[in-house]
Design a protein around this ligand. Structure first.
Ligand SMILES: [Mg+2]
Length: 373
């Protein structure tokens, strides 16, 4: 089998709002083969720049566009192709954008391999440790405690047993505002519902330690990214000082980056976005975390391609904690798949269909595709 085409499709809502919500657009990767099998991947990054990383013509031997490197290759040789892409983009890659683009290609290659062999991706990753995974509803903070509490109730009514809120107003005001927000949320949630807090990188270590101690009565399931991802010394101070689980990782896209966060930053949960790391690297990151006694979760604020790939990944590692699922209302994010996931007892079933088991809807792609790029 040979790769005959790689397309980067940019979908975008007509109006993009200035909020930290990456469900408003999507960059899909579609790989075609001479066997007629098509694989789908996705990248959560800067979509236009990722499209350029894929489609750029080769400049020289270590500054290549990814498509030209892969046309004519055997799509089943995923590990070798990852290595080829990495080595042939050393000037422009190794971290960030090009690795993100490689991740989207990697997901599409796993989808092709599963479809070619008639097996779900989890089986190709080594087998599954579980048939279902607990899902938490991932939200942006609303601007008032009342609005956020209403959103907690909505999550409960949908059947979720846990929800995360992040960014926007939280942490940017005084402690009293944050306490009012958490009080309203816990009251709406009741005692048997898990709440996660995503701080959105706005504090220093001292502020984080003070506020985390003040938040102890609200029994948070974890505290995520209070500090800038480069502040490893700060993370180390925080993780030694607070009782809550400290979570981070969504800005990282390499094993090296996660090793720094775990070894130097002392984080207690590694959050891996498969649309930035690829499944090939996600498995290596999870194995490293397992050696260190740390669980992993996914990061997912985009479409059901991300959700499906994350389900296969979390099914196939022993140290999976929960699955993140974006519940912001963007049609691109929530209606891309013709076969969306359904909650059963607060969980998603791990797909058993060949490949990733997700079917993008051509009509939805046609509706939101940005043409002429
Ligand atoms: Mg986050």
């Amino acid at each position: 089998m040979r790769i005959t085409g790689i397309d980067a499709l940019y979908l975008r809502l007509p109006q993009i709002q200035q909020r930290t919500d990456s469900s408003q657009d999507a960059l899909l990767v579609r790989i075609a083969t001479d066997a007629g099998i098509v694989g789908w991947g996705e990248v959560d990054s800067c979509p236009w720049a990722v499209k350029a990383a894929i489609e750029a013509p080769v400049s020289h031997t270590i500054a290549g566009g990814l498509r030209e490197l892969l046309l004519g290759e055997n799509p089943l040789e995923i590990a070798r192709l990852w290595h080829k892409m990495y080595e042939r983009t050393l000037y422009c890659g190794r971290e960030g954008l090009f690795v993100h683009a490689m991740a989207g290609i990697d997901l599409a290659l796993w989808d092709i391999k599963g479809k070619a062999l008639g097996r779900p991706v989890w089986a190709l990753l080594g087998g599954k440790f579980r048939d279902r995974i607990r899902v938490y509803a991932s939200n942006m903070f609303r601007f008032t405690p009342r609005e956020t509490a209403d959103r907690v109730k909505w999550c409960k009514d949908q059947g979720f047993t846990a929800a995360k809120f992040g960014w926007e107003p939280f942490g940017r005001h005084d402690l009293a505002f944050d306490l009012r927000m958490l009080e309203a949320m816990r009251e709406a949630a009741g005692p048997d519902f898990d709440l996660m807090l995503d701080v959105g990188l706005v504090w220093d270590a001292t502020t984080t330690i003070q506020r985390a101690r003040a938040f102890e009565p609200f029994d948070l399931f974890w505290i995520e990214e209070p500090l800038h991802p480069d502040d490893l010394e700060g993370y180390a101070r925080v993780s030694r000082a607070i009782s809550q689980r400290l979570a981070a990782g969504e800005e990282e896209c390499t094993v090296r980056g996660f090793r720094r966060l775990i070894d130097e930053g002392g984080i207690r949960l590694a959050q891996i976005d498969v649309t930035r790391c690829g499944l090939t690297q996600a498995m290596r990151i999870a194995a490293y975390a397992a050696e260190k006694g740390i669980p992993v979760a996914n990061h997912n604020f985009t479409t059901d391609i991300n959700t499906a790939a994350s389900l296969h990944f979390l099914a196939a590692v022993p140290n999976a904690l929960v699955l993140e699922y974006c519940v912001e209302p963007s049609e691109i994010s929530r209606a891309l798949a013709k076969n969306p996931f359904r909650l059963e007892d607060g969980c998603f079933r791990v797909p058993d269909e060949p490949g990733l088991g997700v079917e993008p809807d051509p009509a939805l792609i046609d509706k939101y595709l940005v043409r002429g790029l």
